[in-house]
Design a protein around this ligand. Structure first.
Ligand SMILES: O=C(O)[C@@H](O)C(=O)CO
Ligand SMILES: [Mg+2]
Length: 273
């Protein structure tokens, strides 16, 4: 069974943000993720993690002005200084929270920009962030987000584009964040993509399609995918980034149905140490 963490932007929203840590721990989670820690002092977030025995699994680099429609800065020409300041801010938070991976949202470039200009900006920003974060022992992730429903105009909207970007950036510290919900909407071919790229995937997120609700509420065969991840030996976290249909705790029933990982044969276990 993969290690699941609770996304506090999606789960336990019945209570104020800082109270969600306790709710997640009480529901049995040992890790949490959320998009943005920056509205809260890092020391306060660290206390909530500590008090509830939780690990901070992931958060995003500062992503611009969300209220005006910005969805990340990495691909926005002219915003490089802000992007770099964001990398430093993320490092400060990650160090205080003990978090070893952060996600860079590429963004929605304004219409009329030349594709080459967007690409060069993205390459430069990701190269800088990947090497700067590596110095701090933190992985940089890039997440393809669907442009059909959730983020029209988002420039890295398929796993294929993200993988090709990772190849072009050519930094060992740049990894794929594979959100199964977005991937299903844009590309499908989930099992084969996971299999073929697992060594580049540092983090996975789940929700079903349509609706972005609990695994099992839609068309994706999650029992098959979770068993596949176990079989492939996926060692990362799986973030529960879905909108509960009828309350967060009530919606956790699907987790009980996830089969435990098969025990390693004795010879393999000994070889793995
Ligand atoms: O899939 C998502 O929406 C998130 O993982 C995110 O970071 C951007 O909204
Ligand atoms: Mg996601």
């Amino acid at each position: 069974m993969p290690r699941f963490c609770a996304n506090l932007g999606f789960l336990f929203t019945e209570v104020p943000f800082l109270d969600r840590f306790e709710r997640a721990a009480r529901a049995g989670f040992t890790g949490v993720e959320y998009m943005s820690p920056y509205d809260y002092p890092a020391a306060e977030l660290a206390r909530r993690l500590r008090d509830n025995g939780l690990q901070q699994v992931l958060f995003n680099l500062p992503s611009g002005d969300w209220a005006t429609g910005e969805r990340g800065l990495a691909a926005l020409p002219g915003r490089e200084a802000e992007f770099r300041d964001g990398v430093e801010r993320a490092i400060d938070y990650a160090c205080e929270l003990g978090c070893t991976q952060v996600n860079a949202l590429a963004g929605v470039p304004r219409p009329g920009l030349r594709p080459q200009e967007i690409r060069l900006t993205l390459l430069g920003n990701l190269r800088h962030a990947a090497s700067r974060l590596a110095e701090a022992g933190i992985r940089l992730l890039v997440e393809p987000i669907n442009s059909r429903i959730d983020m029209p105009g988002f420039c890295i909207d398929t796993p294929k584009k993200a993988l090709s970007l990772i190849e072009s950036v050519a930094e060992p510290n740049l990894w794929l964040q594979y959100d199964v919900y977005h991937a299903q909407i844009m590309e499908g071919n989930l099992a084969r993509t996971l299999e073929a790229n697992l060594e580049r995937i540092a983090h996975i997120q789940v929700a079903d399609v349509p609706g972005r609700h609990e695994p099992g509420s839609g068309e994706i065969n999650y029992p098959y995918l979770f068993a596949l991840l176990d079989r492939l030996g996926y060692a990362g976290w799986v973030g529960c980034e879905y909108r509960p249909q009828a309350g967060s705790e009530a919606g956790l029933g699907w987790l009980k149905g996830v089969a435990p990982a098969p025990a390693m044969p004795r010879a393999e276990a000994l070889a793995a140490g």
